[in-house]
Write a protein that binds this ligand. Structure first.
Ligand code: MN3
Length: 244
């Protein structure tokens, strides 16, 4: 690699690395363009105000969680994907493991938080109660009862080792619902299955209000679960063939 290309690549950070600002530049710019196009991931707005889930989830936690933590996963995912494009552009894959890992971690964070905000709603105004329709039928079929499901899901969420998530997955090959965990944002992921409900049990999700009492947070969280959204997630699962 010549020096000018090396210098260019060193300074061409961020999304622009493989983007349109390089149009009309030298051979190194063409190398960047040939690395492929990037998606610019965006922090989604919350579907409600920061204080909408009070008293079960406090407004300060929601604001920090959304505007700081989730935002950091979005920027981390964009940066990791840009770094991988840069690696393709200059043909240097020495750090491919690092950036692939960062893309998985931050991408998992972006995906799961985007799900998390949507599967909650203000208590009594879309949040809380019990599921109905095809979701309730599937829960009763696969867990024996809604109460059994809640107990297993709560236990799985409380018992996540370190930081992570309690999840309800849909497995399209047999149509089953499965309670699962994720450590961090992405470890323990089962291939094929996709989450239709999730609770964030990282300490940043509850520590201001609940301190170390994760079980109290999980118990309170049921009051804000948006079951109609969870049912919609099940119905709209792209591979679902058994419950549509
Ligand atoms: Mn979180």
């Amino acid at each position: 690699m010549n020096n000018s290309r090396r210098d260019f690549l060193k300074t061409a950070g961020g999304i622009a690395a493989a983007g349109t600002v390089l149009t009309g530049l030298s051979a190194s710019a063409q190398a960047q363009a040939s690395a492929g196009e990037l998606t610019e991931h965006i922090l989604p707005d919350l579907p409600y105000a920061y204080d909408a889930l009070e008293p079960f989830i406090d407004a300060q936690t929601m604001e920090l969680h959304h505007s700081k933590h989730h935002a950091a996963y979005v920027s981390g995912l964009n940066a990791a994907e840009a770094a991988l494009a840069k690696a393709r552009g200059d043909g240097n894959f020495d750090l491919v493991q690092l950036y692939t890992k960062r893309a998985a971690f931050n991408g998992g964070g972006h995906f799961l938080h985007s799900l998390f905000w949507k599967v909650m709603a203000p208590a009594g105004k879309g949040g809380g109660g019990e599921p109905s329709g095809v979701l309730r039928d599937a829960i009763d079929r696969d867990f024996g009862s809604f109460d059994n499901f809640k107990k297993q899901f709560s236990a799985a969420a409380v018992q996540v080792e370190g930081s992570g998530w309690g999840l309800l997955l849909h497995r399209p090959s047999d149509g089953r619902l499965i309670v699962s965990q994720a450590e961090n944002q992405h470890k323990l992921t089962g291939w094929e299955s996709l989450p239709i409900l999730g609770i964030d049990v990282w300490e940043h999700a509850y520590y201001l209000k609940y301190q170390n009492k994760r079980a109290d947070y999980v118990e309170a969280w049921w009051n804000v679960v948006n079951w109609s959204q969870v049912e919609a997630n099940l119905r709209h699962h792209p591979h679902d063939v058994s419950l549509t």
